[in-house]
Ligand binder design. Structure first.
Ligand code: F0G
Length: 454
């Protein structure tokens, strides 16, 4: 069949409140043109993030009811631990309330001032946790990963020559090598199994531990199955297990590829490090059999991990993104190619060339999408990255807008609606104005800054 359907039926629904353009213009102005400040019930299609926004299955809601809330030794923890180990066979599985809490545990223990941690591309919270220790977070994606219009099967790959030279020249500063699958900041792009193995081998040759940020591991495995020679006939589970078999540990946000609304974990093979992590966990998150989560959350994750590796789901998931990207591309809207696993990225700088980067073309586009159709997307560009620690400003490397797709939430007609709204925005794009910031905090300004139209 040509039509790839949503491989689920809908049993429980959340009504969407429809709004008018006049209403949205007023609401957005009152929010200082910052979409983070909108109330979510004023949003028609919410593509701000794919994190924590998944629809849980009936089996997950059932699992919530058998969650055991004992402080120590709850069966929920052991079900969670078994489900993780079934896919990622690390010796120690340490729950945490979300991905950044796992990162905080790891980098508090392994990083110190002056250190350097290379990655294909660190996610912002990973970078934040590394920098908070006084260490440097180094991004070394392959060159193709930095060119939005270029098609490449594994644009998330790490530049292995750059990794080799940084290990040779600065090895004394490096406590670990990281790999993010898929590469969120680079457009949700996958990393090949070959690249994961080669990066892990280089780390090992220099006796450095190799950690994977595995937030979107199942989407990454699906791309490996589709695109990597020799992987086509292999079960997703085997591919997932291969990705993690060569790592020394991982950090995870269960808010992505575990279909959960909250949760995460740190996994480690090193016994001594795991003991230190558990001690820190007790201090900051909770006892090691719950780590800042309720027992019911652990059961929802355990069930979600069984569902996420379903090939019918992954086929639909990846196809529904590429469907939107292909239609935008056909309309002449510049998108990051190929489409990523969890999001469609629009190149706002190329789309709105009349708006210079310091007038925030990405922000102008997100505002226009909300006004035209109540769609909420996220600027990933000069607003997010343009302010330097000394207060000066420079254009971000790119000005992208991310349309992140919540898992199992929206249908084909929602996708068609998104395309139609962008068609309307494109028809009037020359009339879109740049923006200026009228109020901003000293850091992480994209969450709270306020804007005015120029
Ligand atoms: N690593 C990656 C690759 C991520 O995308 C995220 C979160 C995290 C770590 C942190 O996990 O949110 O559970 O603390 N990304 C979300 C996003 C917020 O919208 O891309 P968390």
């Amino acid at each position: 069949m040509k039509t790839i359907i949503e491989p689920f039926r809908i049993k429980s629904v959340e009504p969407i409140r429809m709004t008018t353009r006049a209403e949205r213009e007023r609401l957005l102005k009152a929010a200082g043109y910052n979409l983070f400040k909108l109330h979510s019930d004023d949003v028609i299609i919410d593509l701000l993030t794919d994190s924590g926004t998944s629809a849980m299955s009936s089996a997950q809601w059932g699992a919530v009811m058998i969650g055991d809330e004992s402080y120590a030794g709850a069966p929920s923890f052991y079900r969670f631990e078994a489900a993780v180990k079934d896919l990622m066979d690390f010796r120690h599985i340490i729950p945490a309330h979300q991905g950044r809490a796992a990162e905080h545990l790891l980098f508090t223990l392994i990083a110190k001032t002056g250190d350097l941690i290379p990655s294909n591309t660190h996610f912002d919270t990973t970078r934040g946790n590394i920098e908070a220790m006084g260490a440097e977070a180094l991004d070394i994606p392959i060159a193709e990963g930095r060119v939005p219009s270029l098609d490449h099967p594994f644009k998330g790959n790490m530049d292995l020559a750059a990794l080799k030279s940084v290990l040779e020249e600065q090895g004394h500063r490096i406590p670990a090598v990281m790999m993010t699958i898929t590469n969120n900041a680079g457009g949700g792009q996958p990393v090949s199994l070959e690249n994961i193995r080669a990066a892990a081998a280089l780390a090992k040759a220099h006796r450095k531990p190799f950690y994977i940020d595995g937030c979107r591991f199942a989407e990454n495995a699906w791309f490996i199955k589709l695109r990597e020679p020799g992987q086509q006939d292999r079960p997703i589970k085997d591919i997932v297990r291969d990705c993690f078999a060569i790592a020394d540990g991982m950090t995870m946000s269960a808010k992505k590829d575990a279909f959960a609304n909250i949760g995460g974990w740190l996994a480690l093979n090193d016994d001594a490090l795991a003991e230190r992590a558990r001690t820190l966990l007790i201090q900051t998150e909770g006892f090691p059999t719950y780590g800042g989560l309720a027992g019911r959350d652990l059961d929802a994750i355990a069930q979600g991990l069984k569902e996420i590796i379903d090939e019918d789901y992954l086929r639909y998931r990846v196809r529904s993104n590429s469907y939107i990207a292909e239609r935008l591309d056909a309309m002449g809207i510049p998108v990051v190619k190929p489409a990523g696993g969890h999001a469609v990225f629009i190149d706002a700088r190329a789309f709105l060339p009349h708006i210079p980067p310091l007038q925030y073309p990405g922000q102008a586009l997100t505002c226009a999408m909300y006004e035209a159709g109540g769609i909420r997307a996220c600027e990933i560009g000069t607003v997010m990255f343009g302010r330097k620690p000394d207060g000066t400003e420079a254009p971000g490397a790119m000005d992208l807008v991310r349309l992140a797709m919540p898992r199992r939430v929206y249908t084909q007609s929602h996708a068609d609606y998104v395309v139609e709204v962008l068609e309307e925005v494109a028809a009037a794009k020359n009339s879109l104005q740049g923006m200026r910031i009228i109020k901003e905090p000293p850091m992480m300004r994209h969450f709270t800054a306020e804007f005015a139209k120029l």
